[in-house]
Ligand binder design. Sequence first.
Ligand code: AVI
Length: 320
Amino acid sequence: NRHRVQFHDQLTEDGGEQSLLEALTIGLTDSPRWISPKHFYDHRGSELFDRICQQPEYYPTRTEESILEQSVDAIADRVGGDIDLIELGSGASHKIRLLLDALRPHHYVGVDISRDFLLESTRRLADDYPWLAVHALCADFTAPFTLPELEGDARPVVFFPGSSIGNFTPREAGELLTRVHDQLPPGGGLLIGVDRIKGRDRLEAAYNDAAGVTREFNLNLIHRLRDELGAGVSPEDFEHLAFYNEAASRIEMHLISQRDQSFSLDDQIITLAAGEHIHTENSWKYSREGFEKLAGHAGFTRRDHWCDDAQLFDVHYFER
Ligand code: AVI
């Protein structure tokens, strides 16, 4: 008895979407070279990210889940009833399961850039929660996107877990929060998980797990270059680098070319020297007050906050 997922696709509808080829060509011909972290998340990359979340060194997922588990009743009290839940970057949709029974939303909308992965995980969710109306919205929320119109007049609450907001520059993060704020009605909510600034050792370990899953995740960009764009590159010719840039309070990830190499992309020849970096991700960390300020500038009112005893991770609740 399969329950249906209503699927909305803003990626292809928009049509204006930049192709992978265009996006990577722009970054790889720039100086310094870069690739947007949103390109990690093809099906394989989404699976690798899900495995990162299970690594002992990657504390954010486990910590956020423990906060949600421990505080689920307080969260439900604060958020209130008669809501719809919209999850940005829903991925495998694990975390939402911790909240559904307590929050009892009318609709759940999972928003993710990885279409097939999104469909698989929202279908599983619909099977496991037959009382819930499940929607899947394939969209790139690094670009302007619109929340889907839902039936009824429940209060929308946006759930943005995992510190994904940290993968935006503070300026982009402010713009994204403003866009979310402006689409919410008064009283609409934002429940958002944010990784806290902390000591270098713990941060760097989280992005250099011993099993090498983060390394493989970073190298997935080389797999995509080779397999989807036909570039003559090999994952063996790149190495993973992740370190904490304390002055900017962010983790940086790079791919380092292991030799002089060149490959063609479209009609361009990309030449990389041995040791040259491709900057693939930033993951900003925030103090509790710093993030409250950012959300305040976007128009949000602070309602509540929960964190773990070691203060590694924050879950904030704001309302319009
Ligand atoms: C999705 N995002 C919050 C992760 C992070 O920690 O910035 C992505 C990630 N990159 C490497 N490991 C995990």
